[in-house]
Design a binder for this molecule. Sequence first.
Ligand code: UGA
Ligand code: MN
Length: 245
Amino acid sequence: PPLYVVTPTYRRPEQLAELTRMAQTLLLVRHVRWLVIEDAREPAADVARLLRQSGLPHEHLTAAMPEQYRKRRGAKPKGVAQRNRGLQWLRANASEGVFYFADDDNTYDVAIFEEIRTTRRVSMFPVGLCTKLGLSTPVVSSRGTFVGFYDGWVGGRKFPVDMAGFAVSVKFLHERPKAQMPFAPGFEEDGFLRSLAPFEPKEVELKADNCTKVLVWHTQTKINGASQPLDMKKFNDTNLPILKK
Ligand code: UGA
Ligand code: MN
């Protein structure tokens, strides 16, 4: 059965670099289908080309962040509309397998995809470089039993985990027809996992050798301050981008 990798993405100078890196990671994974969902009303031609040229089985979808959240100052519910679009696609098109919310800027060891493939309901595992503690993970006793969660920000959450720290089986999703992600910055993961009720933290399937290995990192790409030379006219009819007018 396939592994569905659900990736929200949005327009910025770093986008094609992130998607290239991620595509080339996923090329090392068998039986994978990549759901790339743009925060946009229309799909971008260069994203479509990248996906096509990657040769990966994929779906190119769109779901724009609703205007009321986009206009908001401060924290925004990033990627939520798109992950819910991904859930909608899975409900309509998938019957088995496992899905994983994989942001476009994280770093993935290909081993994580093999780990989560056997998820029966909900699996969890450590995420490195996450919050100021540098790690977000289920806490597991030396006997291999679930004890709780370790995360730099608990915030009253029942599931204080990162988006990249869990995977869910498609069958389990079908049994939870109302499950979805809330537009609540900071509480997206917790809100989604709570919406899978009845489901308790102690029922989590522990992956990555009982959560002793980091196989995914919450890396963040530095924003590159792109600049343009002042006089572009002399570069007319060259490969360089020319300022119009
Ligand atoms: C933080 C949290 O640490 C993640 O666990 C959580 O998934 C994420 O926020 C979130 O709120 O969704 P952070 O690195 O700050 O992670 O977020 P980004 O990587 O900038 O964005 C998360 C995803 O949403 C990315 O795939 C990104 O491409 C996408 N995104 C971001 C949009 O689609 N639209 C935006 O305006 C911003
Ligand atoms: Mn990120």
